[in-house]
Design a protein. Structure first.
Length: 512
């Protein structure tokens, strides 16, 4: 599953049970259940209050005042009980601003994003079921097997592209059996393979342009278009991907020249492998090529449909949309990926029964991150109905006052680093954080899109190394590289990326 590493098993080899029970970090669903109860209890202690709103619904700085929530204990208990339901399709009353399933007003729940996640899950599963993507990457690696630096760059760029558009992450676990032997055959070590795979996909997710599980969910929670801020994110993706590729290639060349400088070392038989040992990868059939073309066109059309072209090309946020702009959001994108799943299945000649079962299985596999989104949204409904959201916002309003826009963007990045560790689900983290961070951006005079970029950069940066992600722990286990050795390898790059991220988000904030 792409983009939400907390939702998948690590893929690491199973360990034999021991006498002592080993601590395992709770799942995102458990974390959010705990957060829900904790926020509900805190709502009894935090004073109720609210800001005045402007015509667009944004809070007006300096207008915070205390109000009575008007909720009885039974009302609050009902909010806790109905929080998952409200998180999916709760309706916000226009007069009272309260959220409930049977209200009349505007949709407050995350039904649109929920269905979008299921739809893209169905599409991705259908694509992988054809074998086209796996075989395409395999063919690329095999063709470049005699040109080491080009192989590393090619694999990393492909993984990064997939990461930035669809959150390609856990899917990389299936490529260690191919990439590790190739790297060893070319005179590199296992750490080179780990760096190419984890960092290639990871930097793409960090610099997500339209990744639905990061940018998409965060943009929805911030009440902006998925295409807002795409120019800044695309520039980040080019620069940070280039730096990451150069970092891994530099290490690989150093190891090839002097194997004694390898951080991972070599296992028995590693140095005896040849290019022939990597095995031949089956050719791409015309059907596979057609599937890859269709998949590329679908993602290209998605990008076209969500980008606010007039604003992107003129640099004016209030520019009048061009006639060809679609301005699509999550309902349209959900329909797009459902249709695309059927289209790819027809192109691959899967047959009605296999196509139907694959779509159903794909949606089922993505229920977990979809549930995370609605649970996180449910937490915000509790805060909204008890009228403590604005109180929390007011309590940190002072942090924004007196700071430059660039410094504010950097603070958003730094604040979200520990949050990304405590809430390992990308989707859950976005849904929880954005209702607070987005209005803060209004106070600081910064585009909400910059806040989304700073937030997803923090989440992506943490997921390059934290031990709670399946991609990292599963990857080093499959490559037979110690996690401590991986940390030694990656920490200088993490420092470089952190500096570049801060520079980009500060620049983006200054330009807005």
């Amino acid at each position: 599953m792409g983009g939400d590493p907390a939702e998948e098993p690590s893929g690491a080899p199973s360990e034999k049970p021991s006498g002592k029970r080993k601590f395992t970090f709770p799942s995102a669903l458990t974390v959010l259940a705990i957060v829900t109860v904790a926020v509900w209890l805190l709502a009894f202690l935090i004073p109720s209050g609210q800001y005045d709103r402007n015509d667009s619904g944004a809070p007006v700085e300096g207008t915070y005042h205390r109000v009575d929530s008007g909720q009885s204990f039974v009302d609050r208990l009902s909010d806790l009980f109905l929080s998952p339901v409200n998180g999916l399709y709760g309706i916000q009353d226009e007069k009272t601003s309260l959220v409930a399933p049977d209200n009349v007003g505007s949709l407050y729940g995350s039904a649109g994003v929920f269905l979008f996640v299921l739809a893209i899950g169905a599409f991705i599963t259908v694509v992988f079921a054809t074998g086209a993507l796996d075989r395409g990457i395999g063919r690329l690696a095999h063709r470049l097997r005699e040109r080491g630096a080009l192989l590393i760059a090619g694999v990393m760029v492909v993984f990064s592209v997939l990461g930035t558009v669809e959150g390609f992450a856990e899917e990389t676990l299936g490529f260690y059996g191919l990439i590790v032997p190739l790297m060893l055959a070319l005179g590199y070590d296992r750490m080179t393979a780990v760096g190419a795979i984890i960092l290639g996909a990871g930097v793409g997710v960090l610099c997500s342009t339209v990744n639905p599980f990061a940018t998409g969910v965060a943009s929805s929670a911030a009440d902006i278009s998925l295409g807002d801020g795409i120019v800044l994110r695309f520039a980040m993706w080019i620069v940070l991907t280039g730096v990451t590729v150069a970092y891994v290639i530099r290490y690989a060349k150093r190891v090839r020249k002097d194997p004694g400088r390898s951080l991972s070392g070599f296992l028995p038989g590693d140095r005896e492998q040849s290019a022939a040992d990597a095995g031949e990868v089956p050719e791409l059939t015309r059907l596979h090529k057609a599937v890859l073309v269709a998949t590329g066109l679908v993602f290209a059309f998605m990008i076209f449909s969500v980008v606010p072209w007039s604003s992107a090309l003129t640099g004016k946020a209030d520019a009048r949309p061009y006639g060809f702009e679609l301005g699509w959001s999550f309902p349209q994108l959900a329909a797009l990926f459902l249709c695309a799943a059927v289209l790819v299945g027809l192109v691959a000649r899967m047959g009605e029964q296999k196509l139907s079962s694959t779509i159903i299985q794909g949606a089922a596999d993505f229920v977990s991150p979809a549930l995370v989104i609605l649970l996180a949204r449910g937490v915000t409904t509790i805060m909204n109905n008890s009228k403590i959201t604005d109180t929390v916002l007011h309590s940190i309003e002072g942090v924004v006052k007196g700071t430059s826009s660039g410094l504010f963007a950097i603070i958003v990045f730094i604040v979200n680093l520990p949050l990304a560790f405590l809430i390992p689900s990308t989707s859950g983290h976005a849904t929880l954080a954005m209702p607070i961070l987005a209005p803060l951006a209004d106070f600081a005079g910064v585009s909400r899109a910059v806040v989304v970029t700073a937030w997803q950069s923090a989440s992506g940066w943490m997921n390059l190394w934290v031990p709670t992600t399946a991609v990292t722990i599963g990857g080093v286990a499959l490559a037979k590289v110690g996690y401590d050795k991986y940390l030694r390898f990656v920490w200088p790059l993490l420092g470089i990326l952190a500096v570049l991220i801060c520079a980009f988000v500060a620049l983006g904030a200054a330009l807005t």
